[in-house]
Design a protein. Structure first.
Length: 316
């Protein structure tokens, strides 16, 4: 297993980024801590969260995932061995990317995480109502203050990413090192046709989210009846058609040849793509982790990658 590097930052990460969106949502605190223990126990060191996780859950107010991670870090005393990525712009109390909001949201995230620095801090969604120079300057200020080690962007268009770089270079601001796009075997065209070129041009580490397409690429959703089997069945419904099932057939065949789960193959395919440093995948329970972890060492053959490219490239 080879570690990945986050762009030009020098930060080395496990080639699987554990998603923290389920912490405080479908995983309670005790279960979340068990998942984190199992992930780090297997060599994982890279955790992804956001200040807005999980404000959509009735009774939650946002920041629950960060709080759970922060309590785990404090209990284990392992902050210096874990790379934590979080994001700003979607917390109900800290919406948008105005400079004052970015500064306040970062301090709130630091408090919830119980740390004095964030390894990778993302602009979660673009805020076109705020001048990009103001936003990029706010992130630069956090880096210069020692509160953030590296900067990333998520859900930005290629044009806006290029503009961020132009603004940063013109003002001598710190440059982003990572981009987090929606990208997987059944969602390829938007990323590959737009974001991939700028990621290559700027040497950005690519950290795809929805890497398993809301669970569809695990292979557990093959009929409409299967959609009721998990909380993400609604998201998987989009892909439950002839083209999607053709992808699952190839995934399943390749997985059988390696004696792994389809999810392992789907993540390994992502890991084989240019610039991809660590696909993001979440585990609601410890039992879901082995299939994710197996992807970090699974090496697909050239023929297997071609087969997946061809079956998914037809429609996605």
């Amino acid at each position: 297993m080879t570690m990945s590097t986050l762009g030009s930052s020098g930060i080395e990460v496990f080639p699987l980024n554990l998603g923290g969106n389920v912490f405080g949502w479908t995983s309670d605190e005790a279960t979340s801590h068990r998942v984190l223990d199992a992930f780090t126990g297997a060599g994982g060191n890279f955790i992804d969260t956001a200040d807005g996780y999980s404000a959509w859950v009735p009774g939650n107010s946002g920041g629950e995932s960060e709080t759970i991670i922060g309590r785990w870090l404090a209990a284990r005393g392992n902050r210096d061995r874990v790379v934590v990525a979080t994001k700003v712009s979607q917390h109900p109390q800290f919406r948008g990317l105005a400079a004052a909001n970015v500064a306040a949201a970062a301090d709130a995230s630091l408090a919830r995480l119980g740390t004095d620095y964030i390894d990778l801090y993302y602009a979660h969604y673009d805020d076109e109502s705020t001048p990009l120079e103001e936003t990029a300057g706010a992130f630069d200020a956090l880096v210069k203050a020692g509160k953030v080690r590296a900067v990333g962007v998520s859900n930005y268009t290629a044009g806006r990413i290029r503009e961020w770089f132009e603004v940063a270079r013109r003002n001598n601001f710190v440059l982003p090192v990572a981009v987090q796009p929606h990208y997987n075997l059944v969602a390829r065209k938007a990323y590959e046709g737009n974001i991939a070129p700028v990621a290559a041009e700027e040497g950005l580490a690519v950290l795809p989210y929805y890497a398993l397409a809301s669970g569809f690429l695990t292979g557990k959703y093959r009929t409409t009846e299967d959609l009721a089997r998990g909380p993400r069945g609604g998201g998987a419904k989009t892909y439950l058609n002839e083209d999607g099932l053709a992808v699952i057939k190839v995934l399943t065949d390749i997985a059988a040849g390696h004696d792994v789960e389809p999810a392992s193959v789907a993540l390994a395919w992502l890991r084989s793509r240019p610039q991809v440093a660590a696909p993001i995948a979440s585990a609601r329970t410890v039992e879901q982790l082995p299939a994710l972890l197996a992807s970090a060492t699974l090496e697909l053959t050239a023929d297997e990658i071609t087969a997946l490219d061809e079956v998914s490239g037809r429609a996605f």
